[in-house]
Write a protein that binds this ligand. Structure first.
Ligand code: ITT
Ligand code: NA
Length: 210
């Protein structure tokens, strides 16, 4: 079978594909449906935006659809950039500019005392990635809405070239690596998106739908 994921983010598609493939499901994304117009995400939560995206695509294609709305919440920035993560540094969305802005904002704060042992990378703030995933039916009605999160720390120097977005600055202390230093499989094991997808499976199983 096949599922349409309402995203144009190739980084998300790369992570979602193996998770769905394990269940025998092929992923189609908006990169395969160029005729679908840009969707305005004006919700004030990840869940609201995920629903907006999934519903827009389901109603347009008349098939069930899934969307992931996600972002980075940085403690010392009061939870910013949050739902503004993709366009933190303005239009058009640009990962490098976003990372630069994040480091700039954190460099304006007093030095962070992490209380750590030393030896690791210089930490600027605790942070978490959050992912809201919504599945709607072909009429746009919510079938499942789940969330996942991943705790980490923003570090001063980027590390790794895997992943996308803020991954080079997102350090996971338990692994001693940034999420950009993990393989897709390793990242899926711990990431917000991996957690959300596992919650989606258990939700569907509970409903007897999977
Ligand atoms: P779609 O709406 O088309 O799915 P998008 O990139 O605009 O793509 P979001 O609105 O959900 O998606 O914004 C997600 C942003 O949050 C993304 O661009 C990254 O900057 C950040 N982000 C989310 N998950 C991430 C991850 O796993 N690693 C690094 N950054 C992530
Ligand atoms: Na968004």
């Amino acid at each position: 079978s096949e599922v349409v994921v309402a995203t144009r983010n190739a980084g998300k598609v790369k992570e979602l594909e193996p998770l769905f493939r394990q269940r025998g499901i092929a992923v189609k994304s908006l990169l395969d449906y160029e005729e679908i117009p840009e969707i305005i995400e004006d919700g004030d939560s990840f869940a609201a935006n995920a629903l907006i995206k999934a519903r827009a695509v389901a109603l347009r294609l008349k098939v069930p659809a899934i969307a992931d709305d996600s972002g980075l919440c940085v403690d010392r920035l009061g939870g910013e950039p949050g739902v503004y993560s993709a366009r933190y540094a303005g239009e058009p969305a640009n990962d490098e500019a976003n990372n630069r802005k994040l480091l700039e904002r954190l460099s304006e704060l007093p030095a962070y005392e992490s209380g750590g042992q030393g030896g690791g990378p210089r930490v600027l703030s605790p942070a978490r990635f959050v992912s809201a995933i919504v599945l709607v039916d072909a009429e746009g009605r919510v079938v499942s809405a789940v969330e996942g999160s991943c705790e980490g720390q923003i570090i001063a120097e980027p590390r790794g070239d895997g992943g996308f977005g803020y991954d080079p600055l997102f350090f996971v202390p338990g692994l001693g690596k940034t999420t950009a230093e993990l393989s897709v499989e390793q990242k899926n094991e711990i990431s917000h998106r991996g957690q959300a997808i596992r919650a989606l499976w258990s939700d569907l199983e509970r409903m007897g739908a999977a």
